[in-house]
Design a protein around this ligand. Structure first.
Ligand code: PMP
Length: 426
């Protein structure tokens, strides 16, 4: 038995399902998950000493590659000065200024410790600000595991076939309206019926929790218009896309500016950090400036801020996002060419450093129902073949893939060659 499988057995006796976050358990692909010991650049090393080219990147944060020396040093330096004060520090101000400078919609920002906290708080604020109850989200989008948002959710909820979780009271879920991603007419229908009580629309501007689905032209613009018409707050959940599809996130990439933005993953450089921010007028309603309550003992933690700030500063390097985009594009084109050679129908979506591949005949994948109709068995077989080849992809057909700045031509060429061998075996 491999060391990973031994550890998984041991883990299952003390941790539910053997993991601290569901998708890690390989439910989406079958078999035992790998346990990892270390990571560097584009590579992960498992408990059995095998190296993998990594396309998960800790689900997004490792945009500069694993264990980046400058980020690690920033963490060491901050740790020398103390791990947590529970009181204001200068680095929080620097971080807020940096986020404001980089993200077009953000005039004021509050730091939290996860993406879940960011979206949960943003929604409470939108409700408090508008005095309305309902929120509109999209089927297959995932915004963390707050009650209101675990209704027809993507990511692990989708993998486990429980997109609406038991434990979410019907009285709470009834305020969550779930629309079809990339279908503006569907959204208009909800506004026609509930427009006066919709506090906010929350959307992943590039959906990354039902594989990877970019917005069709006009979709984000249409949401902006509808929210303006009906006085609803438009929230872009950029936990995945922030600092990734462009330095200023999807809002910069697509030129549509929301009222509020939620951030996570990259903003912590690998440490637990999230943030929500937006128009100063809206943010003024959050405590202690306003009455909508939100707080956190470890919010703005100095070590986490140091890691995040180091990551964001590195991301400002000119040309970095162009390179990320080129790397992901090369990977996507390579996968497609190899699949064509092997006669395997495959469609690829890619935006900046994010990508997704679909085992389907469809020429374009733009909707959630198309994702669920893809050949899951083929995906699972391909997944394990790639693992044998030393390529670590997201262990679910419903997650986006990520490249980092540490992925060079060597890793991409090796991955494409490996994919070619695997496609031929399908
Ligand atoms: N929003 C989006 C778009 C996400 O992808 C995720 C996590 N995958 C979250 C929110 C929740 O973030 P966290 O897991 O840090 O709570």
């Amino acid at each position: 038995m491999s060391r990973s499988s031994e550890l998984f057995l041991q883990a299952k006796s003390v941790i539910p399902g053997g993991v601290n976050s569901p998708v890690r358990a390989f439910n989406g692909v079958g078999g035992d998950p790998l346990f990892f010991e270390s990571a560097n650049g584009a590579y992960l090393h498992d408990a059995d000493g095998k190296a993998y080219i990594d396309y998960v990147g800790s689900w997004g944060p490792m945009i500069l590659g694993h264990n980046h020396p400058a980020i690690k040093q920033a963490v060491f330096d901050a740790a020398e000065r103390g791990l947590s004060f529970g009181a204001p520090t200068e680095i929080e101000v620097t971080m807020a200024e940096k986020v404001k400078a980089l993200v077009p919609s953000i005039e004021k920002v509050r730091m939290v410790s996860s993406g879940t906290e960011a979206t949960m708080s943003a929604i409470r604020l939108a409700r408090g600000y508008t005095g309305r109850n309902k929120l509109l989200k999209f089927e297959g989008c995932y915004h963390g595991h707050a009650d209101s948002l675990l209704v027809k959710a993507g990511s692990g909820a989708l993998t486990l076939g429980e997109p609406t979780s038991p434990g979410v009271p019907a009285d709470v879920a009834k305020h969550t309206l779930t629309a079809v991603f990339n279908d503006l007419d569907n959204v208009k229908g909800f506004f026609a019926q509930y427009g006066d009580d919709i506090a906010c629309v929350i959307v992943e501007p590039v959906a990354g929790n039902m594989n990877c689905i970019p917005p069709v032209p006009g979709f984000l613009e249409g949401l902006r218009e509808l929210c303006d018409q009906h006085g609803a707050v438009l929230i872009f959940d950029e936990v995945m896309t922030g600092f990734r599809v462009a330095l200023g996130g999807a809002q910069e990439h697509y030129g549509v500016i929301p009222d509020m933005t939620t951030l996570g993953k990259v903003i912590g450089g690998g440490m637990p950090v999230g943030a929500f921010g937006g128009k100063a007028e809206i943010m003024a309603h959050i405590a202690p400036e306003g009455p909508v309550y939100q707080a956190g003992t470890l919010s703005g933690n100095p070590v986490a801020m140091a890691a995040g700030l180091a990551a964001l500063s590195l991301l400002e390097a000119p040309g970095l996002h162009k390179q990320l985009d080129a790397t992901a594009e090369k990977l996507a084109k390579g996968f497609k060419a190899e699949a064509d050679k092997a006669g395997v129908p495959l469609t690829i979506n890619q935006v900046g450093g994010m990508f997704g591949f679909f085992f389907t005949d469809a020429e374009q994948v733009t909707r959630f129902d198309q994702v669920t109709q893809c050949d899951l068995e083929r995906f699972q077989k391909f997944y394990h073949l790639m693992l044998e080849e030393g390529v670590y992809l997201a262990p679910s057909a419903y997650e986006a893939g990520f490249v980092s700045n540490a992925h060079t031509d060597k890793e991409i060429d090796e991955t494409i060659a490996a994919a070619g061998r695997c496609f031929a075996k399908l």
